[in-house]
Design a protein around this ligand. Structure first.
Ligand code: KG4
Ligand code: ZN
Length: 333
């Protein structure tokens, strides 16, 4: 069965055609990022206006690249929550319009759950049950997953999301937006031992808090940047980036492996934009292996927001009997 996935929860407009939940025939992603850069973050009003302008073209490109026609599509799977309201409305309205016009069944899926199943687009898939860590620009969540429709939240962020912390620290270091890729690049040249940051908060094993570390970085930079710049010592920015990145990775590793232990699962799935981070991938795979836990990462293109993962989850949910009707709307919870 061919599924058309539609993803418009943040700045991306993405449409994908996926066969049997596994083979990606096309995955077109159009980002409005360049229009937001000057503001240092996503401006919702700009995001949904760009999505309105582009969604029909993106859908046409996805069908063309896949070499299929709308009449070949067996299901339209669309992100219905969580995300930016205007952006979600664009995707949902487009999906409904296509469904009404063609009679193709419609299904709304949760954005974070679709990140959980991005790894199912890879050759090697985890068996149920498993724990999942989703770390993106808007969320940091730990799940216990028994099936495609049995996903239980174990913990989440109390304040800033993990990717948001990368973005804010990059801003403090005056390195632009989005922060994740730039922090990763700077860290490679940095000395993580120069200073130590911490965001582990071991009192709450499955919840996250990243606003404290952002503030700690801010004060450290305020106190030390001028001195180091004046003394001609370079590498300051790289060292701070590396120290910050190591602290965040330590937290993600400890909490996700603790969750595996408590649930007695030997499989851990990672997803979301931060899962593209090379050092996280290396450290988590190594630490997981040391504890006999297999860690599954999607390929980098499916870590970021994309419609292929939406089509993938939609396929499996539909096979289990889930569908939506034209009352499909954003969930506010
Ligand atoms: O999943 P995603 O594309 O969008 C949301 O659903 O939020 O995640 C975007 C987030 C941004 O905060 C970005 O800075 C972060 O993922 N990110 C990274 C890396 N690439 C993207 N964080 C750390 N290391 C990276 N290489
Ligand atoms: Zn996302």
């Amino acid at each position: 069965m061919l599924v058309m996935g539609i993803e418009t929860s943040c700045d991306e407009t993405s449409v994908s055609v996926v066969k049997n939940g596994r083979t990606v025939l096309s995955n077109v992603v159009s980002s409005s990022l360049r229009f937001h850069k000057q503001y240092g973050g996503i401006v919702p009003e700009i995001a949904f206006r760009k999505q309105l302008e582009t969604i029909a073209q993106v859908a046409e490109s996805a069908l063309r690249e896949a070499g299929v026609d709308l009449k070949d599509i067996g299901l339209i799977s669309v992100t219905d929550s969580p995300g930016l309201l205007g952006s979600l409305v664009v995707g949902i309205s487009f999906a409904k319009a296509v469904s009404i016009g063609t009679g193709i069944p419609l299904l709304g899926v949760n954005h974070l759950h679709s990140h959980v199943f991005a790894g199912f687009l890879e050759e090697k898939k985890p068996r149920f049950p498993f724990t999942a860590l989703i770390v993106s620009g808007g969320h940091s969540s730990l799940y216990y997953v028994r099936d495609f429709d049995r996903i239980r939240l174990m913990g989440s962020t109390k304040d800033d999301a993990c990717g948001e912390a990368f973005d804010k620290v990059a801003k403090i270091l005056q390195q632009g937006y989005p922060g994740g890729p730039v922090i990763e690049r700077l860290s490679k040249k940095g000395n993580a031992g120069r200073t130590r940051f911490n965001c582990l908060n071991s009192k709450e094993p499955y919840n996250f808090s990243f606003s404290g570390i952002k503030t700690a970085v801010l004060y450290y930079v305020k106190k030390n940047a001028r001195k180091t710049v004046l003394s001609g010592r370079d590498g300051f920015v790289c060292d701070v980036a590396a120290s910050f990145q190591d602290a965040v990775i330590e937290t993600l590793v400890v909490k996700s492996l603790t969750a595996c232990k408590s649930k007695k699962t030997k499989r851990l799935v990672i997803g979301g934009g931060v899962a593209a981070n090379g050092r996280l991938r290396t450290v988590l795979s190594r630490e997981g292996a040391a504890k006999g836990i297999e860690v599954f990462f999607p390929s980098r293109e499916y870590c970021m927001d994309n419609a292929a993962m939406v089509a993938c989850l939609g396929y499996y949910l539909y096979k289990k009997g889930h569908t939506s009707d034209l009352k499909l709307d954003i969930h506010f919870n």
